[in-house]
Design a protein around this ligand. Structure first.
Ligand code: DC
Length: 228
């Protein structure tokens, strides 16, 4: 049995890192974890309970009422996000959550709460996790770290098409502004800002197809695994 490694895939909002991470995990038979879905689930919890970021800062024990799970759906071949036992995959991808999630994920208590869970998942190895701080904070010892990016206009177009396909009433400018604002908050926050790890490899997919990206990343992963 070749040894298993952990793979960190960090990248800007809507740059396709989830799709890439999922494809790598599928090809290698690894577990895929979308850490952004965890921040989104906490945000959804706060919105449904009418809580503001300041409520969490003053009373972090609120977090103890939040249970996030990923359950594999074999017919979709996809890990779906459950919040306190309820399937929330669709809800966490909406614009309301998107417009609050960067503020929620800037809260130290939220990060400590989720990073502890993410590290636990990585103990067994064989995990591909995507996010913003996976290579820098969650798995600083990950054997392979990929830093993904693409031009903002291209990311916004992809996200816009995805939302429209789902029948959401959005406009392109709104999506582009949201992406740029999230980039700004994620990279400038005091707690674990979104940074490229020194030992991460950059993958700019502005002009690449999904298949090309997956091929490049898999080559890197297989190279690391073979080097043992
Ligand atoms: O990857 P995403 O767009 O679904 O992430 C949603 C938000 O969560 C994003 O604006 C930043 C935050 N996030 C984070 O701070 N750290 C992570 N590891 C993953 C996501």
């Amino acid at each position: 049995m070749p040894k298993k490694i952990n793979i960190a895939v960090d990248g800007h909002s809507s740059c396709g890192k989830g799709t890439l991470a999922r494809n790598i995990a599928k090809s290698l038979g690894y577990v895929f974890i979308d850490s952004g879905a965890m921040y989104r689930a906490v945000t959804l919890y706060m919105l449904t309970k009418n809580l503001k970021p300041d409520d969490l800062k003053s009373n972090p024990t609120i977090l103890n009422d939040i249970n996030i799970e990923f359950r594999f759906n074999p017919s979709l071949q996809f890990f779906e996000t459950f919040l306190n036992g309820k399937l929330v995959e669709e809800e966490i991808r909406g614009m309301e959550v998107a417009s609050w999630v960067s503020q929620v994920s800037a809260i130290k208590e939220v990060r400590d709460f989720l990073v502890a869970q993410q590290r636990k998942i990585g103990l067994e190895k064989g995990v591909v996790m995507d996010g913003r701080d996976i290579g820098t904070v969650v798995f600083p010892d990950a054997e392979l770290k990929i830093f993904m990016t693409a031009r903002p206009a291209v990311r916004a177009k992809r996200r816009f098409d995805e939302l429209r396909e789902k029948g959401k009433d959005v406009n392109y400018e709104e999506v582009l502004m949201n992406i740029m604002e999230r980039d700004r908050i994620d990279s400038t926050r005091a707690e674990s800002p979104f940074l490229k790890a020194d030992d991460a490899i950059t993958l700019d997919n502005t002009d690449m197809t999904r298949e090309q990206q997956a091929e490049v990343a898999l080559q890197w992963a297989r190279g690391v695994i073979a080097a043992g």
